[in-house]
Design a protein. Structure first.
Length: 356
């Protein structure tokens, strides 16, 4: 029986490029090489697709930084999964499935998913529409609210609106959300471009900083509560993991606290009452279904007193050694390598690919 050929796609053009490389490094170290024939495919920050000269685990990074994609042979993915590469070494041949580990715009937002749909190549994770909703927080929040899921108070601000009358936007934000507030790009993860704002001047600067990353910015009420996360796995019958808690080393769980600075703690399972844990697990599955997700998602919540509020959903959660998604499933009884197996099984099921 031939092995299933899996392309692991990582890197990308977004500000989360380095996080994607670290996720790929972890997945490639954990995936069962006896069961799968694995082909790493990297996307550089400028958007070139490569067969990397060095595996993610061999990439070095400067102190206080994360690694990024290096050099390699140019590669093209064609209809049906055929992979063509430049150079005398020849092409690696077709792949059966793509394991997408791209984080942020250009990978997690439905664009790569749409490309793979067009090329008729099966892939792990959510489809085009769910990926787009999962990436854009200004679109997902109304969906969750309409589904009856409590969400943090928020407004969306467009770039043109802010340029036309910034003071009117600041007044609208303070009337709707108040201070302190968080500003964040609508379509970026890993807390890139997020600011906590306590004054009108900080709010203005936070919005301007977020516009460096996106044309739409969210202003959200700063919740003085605990940060909780739940992992979801499945297609039509999704299941929720145990709930975990993030105790950030900084005032909030920003990019540096997540990936570069030691001190943040992950408590798994979260020390919360069972009824609240059950409510979070139920809301996580409800959110997963509300956007039509598939395969996997991590759903983030705030807990203020006894009030649970959904913060956001991530359709391609991090797979780094410190990422919550694999840790939550490990605590629920599914170790890392088995989780990868299950995600591949779910992708084959969703794309109607018969078992090998």
């Amino acid at each position: 029986m031939s092995k299933l050929r899996i392309a692991v796609l990582y890197g990308g053009t977004s500000a989360e490029h380095e996080v994607s490389v670290v996720s790929a490094r972890s997945v490639l170290a954990a995936i069962d090489q006896d069961k799968y024939d694995v082909l790493p495919i990297a996307i550089t920050k400028s958007g070139e697709w490569l067969l990397p000269a060095r595996a993610p685990g061999e990439l070095k990074a400067a102190e206080g930084a994360l690694p990024e994609v290096g050099d390699g042979r140019a590669v093209v993915l064609r209809e049906g999964g055929e992979v063509l590469a430049s150079g005398r070494e020849g092409s690696p041949g077709p792949v059966d499935l793509v394991f997408i580990l791209l984080h942020g715009p250009g990978g997690e937002d439905g664009t790569v998913q749409g490309l793979l749909e067009t090329l008729r190549v099966p892939y792990v994770g959510a489809g085009v529409a769910a990926s787009a909703l999962g990436m854009d927080k200004s679109l997902q929040k109304p969906v969750f609210a309409n589904a009856g899921i409590p969400v943090t108070p928020w407004i969306a601000v467009g770039e043109a609106e802010f340029a036309r009358d910034p003071q009117a936007v600041l007044r609208r934000a303070q009337d709707a959300v108040g201070l302190p507030a968080f500003t964040k790009p609508a379509s970026l993860g890993s807390s890139v471009g997020v600011s906590k704002c306590r004054t009108p001047l900080e709010l203005q600067r936070g919005i301007e900083r977020a516009f460096d990353h996106d044309r739409t910015v969210l202003v959200e009420k700063a919740i003085d509560g605990r940060e909780l996360e739940c992992a979801v796995l499945g297609n039509d019958e999704p299941e929720a993991s145990v709930v975990g808690e993030v105790v950030p080393a900084h005032e909030f769980y920003d990019y540096e606290a997540k990936y570069l600075i030691e001190g943040s703690k992950l408590l798994i399972p979260a020390p919360i009452p069972e009824p609240i844990s059950e409510q979070i697990r139920k809301c996580a599955v409800q959110a997963f279904r509300a956007i039509g997700c598939a395969g996997m998602a991590r759903v983030d919540f705030f807990l203020e007193g006894d009030d649970v509020m959904l913060n956001e959903i991530n359709t391609i959660p991090g797979f780094t050694p410190i990422s919550m998604y694999p840790k939550l499933w490990e605590a629920t009884g599914i170790p890392y390598a088995k989780l990868i197996d299950r995600l591949i099984e779910l992708a084959l099921e969703r794309h109607h690919v018969p078992p090998q």
